[in-house]
Design a protein. Structure first.
Length: 92
């Protein structure tokens, strides 16, 4: 697995880390065995954001989806860490 693909994540919700979410959208194979597409993420039916990506190197669409899911999970964790750091700095 490589992290060299292009990835954009657009938040509309402050979903907590570790919460399960579903992906809905298109993961399209290319001729060069990479995947492009865009998916929307939902947590318990609520829309939490949109991911647009290209050039994911994967054996199949399921593997591409797993890479996308992992990247979204990392972005959610990073956002919460930044928010906690900001809150901590403003209280001291």
């Amino acid at each position: 697995m490589t992290d060299s693909f292009k990835f954009q994540w657009h938040y509309v919700s402050n979903t907590a880390p570790g919460r399960p979410f579903e992906l809905m959208g298109a993961i399209t194979p290319r001729a060069d065995k990479r995947f492009d597409g865009a998916v929307d993420a939902y947590c318990e039916g609520d829309y939490i954001g949109r991911c647009e990506f290209s050039s994911i190197d994967a054996d199949c669409a399921s593997d591409a989806a797993a890479q996308i899911r992992k990247r979204i999970e990392c972005r959610i964790e990073d956002r919460v860490a930044r928010e906690n750091e900001t809150a901590h700095n403003t209280t001291h």
